[in-house]
Design a binder for this molecule. Structure first.
Ligand code: NI
Length: 225
């Protein structure tokens, strides 16, 4: 499931995050790429642990924590601290798959189930820079308004097309979901949406509580903590 989460950041938060990361020193993005990724990656990143990332990252995590669509779709267990990248002057990132395991700052490891790209520059600010995700149903090209985020399975092959004008600024990070299997998680999300709709249209209908019970029992069956 590839899902757009609109307006993750408020206008104030977006301005605050941009101000902080735009003034940071940027480094070659290959520092965090694996062997295959480094061959096709050409962008800039803020090094992990840089004060700019440490200050802007929590603003993003707080915004996600209050976003019901994100929580319902991702069922997040552990989230990697947000990182930041920039593409300009023809930079691109060729087809790759994200590494399966990432290390958290405390030394523990996380399985990357979902990849997140939060757009910090608006589509009018640059040409190119589409994130193209290869799905079972074909390729999906993504370029979102500033402050909106795309959530997609980390198992997908994807690439970023060359930025031929302006600069594409994004935050990117990974998360381990409580529910590992993409199909299980997608079914839970559909069920959650259906229960909410039923509850809104037929408040007090006994099926709402029964279906909510099934939803939680499925999570109980599939969740890994
Ligand atoms: Ni990637």
């Amino acid at each position: 499931m590839i899902l757009e989460i609109p307006e993750v950041l408020t206008a104030d938060e977006l301005a605050q995050v941009r101000r902080r990361v735009e003034s940071a020193e940027w480094a070659d993005g290959r520092i965090t790429a694996g062997h295959q990724g480094a061959r096709v990656k050409d962008n800039q990143q803020i090094p992990a642990g840089h004060p700019a990332a440490q200050e802007a990252g929590p603003t993003i995590l707080r915004a996600l924590g209050r976003n019901p669509l994100f929580i319902a779709a991702a069922l997040p267990h552990r989230i990697l601290p947000p990182m930041f990248n920039r593409y300009a002057g023809g930079q691109q990132f060729g087809t790759h798959v994200d590494g399966s395991i990432r290390q958290l700052p405390d030394g523990t490891r996380l399985r990357t189930d979902l990849s997140c790209t939060l757009f910090l520059a608006g589509p009018e600010e640059y040409d190119g820079g589409e994130l193209v995700i290869e799905d079972t149903y074909g390729a999906k090209s993504v370029k979102l308004p500033a402050g909106s985020m795309i959530l997609y399975p980390s198992t997908s092959l994807h690439h970023v097309t060359p930025v031929t004008r302006g600069a594409r600024l994004c935050s990117f990070f990974w998360l381990q979901s409580l529910v590992r299997d993409n199909h299980h998680r997608a079914m839970l999300f559909d069920m959650d949406i259906a229960i909410q709709r039923l509850g809104a249209e037929q408040p007090g209908h006994p099926s709402v509580v029964q279906l909510t019970g099934v939803y939680h029992n499925l999570i109980r069956t599939w969740a890994e903590l």
